[in-house]
Ligand binder design. Sequence first.
Ligand code: PMP
Ligand code: GLN
Length: 380
Amino acid sequence: MNPVFATLPTTVFETMSRLARAHSAINLGQGFPDDPGPADIRQHGARALVDGWNQYPPMMGLPALREAVAAHYAAHQGLTLDPETEVMVTSGATEALAGALLALIEPGDEVVLFAPLYDAYLPLVRRAGGVPRIVTLTPPAFRLDEAALTAAFSDRTKVVVLNNPLNPSATLFGHDDLALLAKFCCRFDVTALCDEVWEHVVFDGTRHVPLMALPGMRERTVKIGSAGKIFSLTGWKVGFVMADARLMQGLAKAHQFLTFTTPPNLQEAVAYGLAKPPDWFDAMRAGYACSRDRLADGLRALGFPVLPAQATWFLNIDIAGLGLGEDLAFCEALVTRHGVAAIPVSAFYPDASVRTLVRLCFAKADATLDAALDRMSGLA
Ligand code: PMP
Ligand code: GLN
């Protein structure tokens, strides 16, 4: 087996969900809502499955979905994308990430990444032959800083991977962070691979700014989105990639031999969903903000310090100083003895330099959050 995969542990999300099932725990670990998702979008998908065309769709995605993606990002983020040449449908953001890294990296190229980093990034970079240069972002602010970027970027840098909003820290990089990163991308002629799957799940009146919209970045950004996050349908695995036509040619070559296509019925349903009016997205955000506040208030009342959560379905508690050990031991005890699954954030730091943060998913019914809080009472 290739050594990159031979030494790789099973992803923390699967490990924790398996433990949650084994111990009948409330699963606040892996990020998925316990709501069935928007009924009209699911009905649309069901109709397309029963009455529609179920053979291979076009390799780049159904034209209706590619047009819907372009229209959606024009309306929500002011981007101008040509649906013919600048939009491609993938089987989730995960396929888009894998394909983009395969297409963009040549063995020996350096790739700048930011820790905490989503667990798929590093193995994919390494398997593509890239040499990772990891910039560590520290809690509670998790901000980019110029000195760290200066140390990481060089003439050998080919790609930078940015996840914005950032999972697991639940932070949103704003204009200043993005402008700083854009300056480095332009100076060193680097392509930005921007994982923006959480772009719609932002709170407190904030807006997501796509890196692609910054001066100098339109031609050098690959933007990735996921219907799984936009519509709370994580199992659908419908993703999209947006990039300048020149970059897209390489991305399409990788996609054609990874999955080639994505189920057409799901694509049709996502195309329908993307046309929803802005207030639908506002209501979705407001609902998750209430869940965030419910879990955060409950955890604070139990004595757990809660970090700010500006975006995503996650919040973090800091267990340092509570005498509860490090995050991994705490999460193991939490799931096996107390019946609540969570994610140790050290799994997102390759050097395990941060070991006291625990990520909890609040995309759950109030009763589920309350039951989890009940099980955690008396721990802090
Ligand atoms: N990137 C990030 C940052 C994620 O959090 C996730 C999953 N939650 C993905 C990629 C994968 O998305 P998908 O399920 O569409 O493959
Ligand atoms: N992205 C999800 C999370 O952060 C998990 C996805 C997965 O299980 N691979 O929880």
